[in-house]
Design a protein around this ligand. Sequence first.
Ligand code: F6P
Length: 528
Amino acid sequence: MIRCDRTVAWRALQGHYEAHGRDLELREAFARDPGRFAALSLQAPEVFADLSKNRWDLFTRKLLIELAHECGMPARRDAMFAGEPINATEGRAVLHTALRAPRGAAPHAAQVHAVLDAMLTFAERTRQSASGITNVVHIGIGGSDLGPQMAVPALDAFAARHIDFHFVSNVDGHDIAPVLRRLQPQSTLFIVASKTFTTQETMANAEVARQWFVAQGGRDVARHFVAVTTNPAAAAQFGITTTFGFWDWVGGRYSMWGAIGLPIAIAIGEANFRALLAGAHAMDRHFADAPLESNLPAQLGLLDVWYRDFHRFASRCLAPYHQGLRRLPAYLQQLEMESNGKGVDLDGQALPYGTSPVVWGEPGTNGQHAFFQMLHQGTDVIPVEFIAVREPSHPYAALHRKALANCLAQAQALMRGRSALQARAERVPTAAPGLDADTLARHRTFPGNRPSTTLVLDALTPRSLGALIALYEHRVFTSGAVWGINSFDQWGVELGKALCNDLLPRLDSGDSRGLDASTAALLGRLRG
Ligand code: F6P
């Protein structure tokens, strides 16, 4: 496999960037080419994407597709679907796509569907009011938390109304304490979710939950605690008898499609959970089969490479104009930054080019009243990804129209900007008296030409959410494959965990020997 920066396409992209890419003016590009929107927008399963407000053109796209081929991205994609051990540093296959494939259509189908059927039967039983369960507390962190935490509010319109869902992840007791305050043991189900069943945060919170349960007079731990893990022996040792398994070929941040999705299944029920899987599977087929010229995840991933390594944009902002997607930025932070935040290639050689951008965001319109100032007038160009949903799942049509108009307006404002001349022509009632008009106009100028992508869903449903999340997974795969990194390990989280194990006893003993002066002084201060 050729490293991406040593390919012919990379050199061509470099030349293209210098000649046309850097100075591509979106307003002019639209004026010049009436077919720009049609040429640079794409319909994938459940997700329409307008990529035309990005600083690229058909020639950039052609070169990026050549880059993907030269780097062997399609072959690596096929190896993933086939179950080859592409996660080389952990010696594992990467088969989250098998979790949403129909029976018999992917490797490990028999075990996948056995667990899925059992998990969905349990979910259906739990969501019947006869079960007496009115509160579900999901205890897990990272990939064992963010999927359900993102999807349950996203699919609120489909959720059982008599059950409240709580998510506890942080080892800081301020997370679990207010949750427990609201609960009764007899009507609460605790789900302890951990791939390894050794994660400090999850084990500590599960222990607190069990102690609370017993102290409140809860009698049947085995009935009120279930586990989701690849390590059923550890769950059994904890006293949990009902365990839903998954496998080492499912990465934590790719795991919401199986048993980790239990809270989602309890919320929306079996049929809707299967629709979520079907939506993701439809996107899998699109990614596996569509030529790169019409392959949406591939194009988004390639655009990420173009922005990161040629334009040198270091971050991307996500603005979902649907309150149900409020946890999507957090979910994507793990998906993208834990997957592609790597500094060495598959051979462990240091990379001379940038990999994962910083991904961040907030639902619109809240972000507009906070950090959009920087997006419009700050010194960095930050591509924005808008998500708009045509049909709301609430009855307030006027509110929805306002949300959509805001979404369109922000993308338009980023691109159009406002010249000093335009600013000068407008009267501003809040301007300081006596401020000279030219100075004020310069403050009120917007550079414009700021890029954005708009993704459009017809409605936020289990099926479309499944497709949307799978789209993001494959986009991350695409850029990771081009960058030649392992998107499926996460060694960068290890060091801090090890140092924490060293520091924990020092908080009791006060022993600061061998610590740097800063850590030693902070330790002393925190011990009080
Ligand atoms: O933070 C690192 C990490 O290993 C994530 O990759 C993972 O999703 C999370 O911790 C939780 O791990 P587990 O599911 O084993 O508790």
